[in-house]
Design a protein around this ligand. Sequence first.
Ligand SMILES: Nc1ncnc2c1ncn2[C@@H]1O[C@H](COP(=O)(O)OP(=O)(O)OP(=O)(O)O)[C@@H](O)[C@H]1O
Ligand SMILES: Cc1ncc(CO)c(N)n1
Length: 311
Amino acid sequence: MTVFRALTIAGSDSGGGAGIQADLKTFQELGVFGMSAITAVTVQNTRGVRGVYPMTPSAVGEQIDAVGEDLGVDALKTGMLFDAAIIRETAERIAAFGWSRVVVDPVMIAKGGAELLRADAIEAMKRHLLPLAYVVTPNIPEAEALSGMTIASMADRREAARRIAAYGAKIVVIKGGHAGEDSEAGLGAGGARRGEPGERAGAGGARREEPEAGAGAGRASRVVDLLYDGRDFEELSGPRIATRHTHGTGCTFSAAITAQLALGEDVRDAVRTARDFIQAAIEGAPALNLGGGHGPTDHWAYARLRAGSTR
Ligand SMILES: Nc1ncnc2c1ncn2[C@@H]1O[C@H](COP(=O)(O)OP(=O)(O)OP(=O)(O)O)[C@@H](O)[C@H]1O
Ligand SMILES: Cc1ncc(CO)c(N)n1
C-alpha cells in the first residue's frame, strides 16, 4: 500500500476551522497522510483572533527537519508564517530538501482583521518563498499586497497575476471569494467558463441558503478564481454561496490542492478538485452552524457528496 504524505507549515487555529486544523482535516478527507510544522498558536474562535503566540524560527525549522528526515513529504503547503524570520527558515528548509510540490497560501489577515503576517514580512515572502512556489493562492487583498497594485477589475487581476508570477511562482491562483467587497463588484460577470466544478458539486442536494448581512448588495452571483500559468489564464467559477460561515475557506482550498498534488494529480486537476471540495464544504457550513461568528466550513461534505448521501 502506498501512502501519500502532505505537510502543512502553518498556524494553529484553536477553533478548528482554519490553519493547521483545517489543513489536516482536508488531507485526511482526501486520503493523504497529514503532517504539520506549527508556526504560531492562535487563540481563535468563530468570532475572531484573541491572541497570537509565534514559535521561534528554529522551532519551526526543527519540525520541518523532523518530518523531512523521517517520514518524507510528497507535497507541502504553507499558511500563516507570521514574520520574515519564519519565512526565511521555512524557505531554507524547502530548498534544502529539494521539495517541488509546494503550495504557498500567502495568509496575511484573518477575516476579523487580525494580523497573521507582519506587514514588513511581505518582502521576505516575495524574495524567499515565491521563487520556491509551484502554486501560490492569494485572495484579492493578498494579491494586491504582493503585486503592489489595486485590483478593481478582472484585467487588473490578470496584471497582478503576471506580477506575482514574476517573483517565481509557477502557477498563480487569485481567488475570488472577496470580489465585490469594494471596487471589484461584478468581477465574475464575463470570461470563459471552463471546468465548472461548482455545478457538479452542487448537483447533489438542495442548497441551504441563508441571509448574510452586507453580502448581497453588489456582489456577483458567481465566484471566479483566476489561474495563470505564466502564459495562459483560466477562469474557474462556481455559484457564490450566500453564507457568513466561510472561516478557513482559503486554508481548506490550498490544503485540498496540496493533497491532490501529493496524490500525483496534475496541477489544473488539483485546483479543480479543490474547488469542488471547498464548494461542498461551504454549502455544508450553514447546517454545521457552529459558533456565534464566521463559522467553519464542513470538511466532511465532499466525501458525503461523493458517496451520494445527504447528511
Ligand atoms: N461565498 C462563496 N461561495 C462559493 N465559493 C466561495 C465563497 N467564498 C469563497 N469561495 C471559494 O473559496 C476559496 C477560497 O477563497 P477566498 O477568497 O475566500 O479565500 P481566503 O480569503 O484566502 O479565505 P480565508 O478567509 O480563509 O483567508 C476559493 O476557491 C473561492 O472561490
Ligand atoms: C491560524 C490561521 N491561519 C489562517 C487563517 C486564515 O483563514 C486563520 N484565520 N487562522
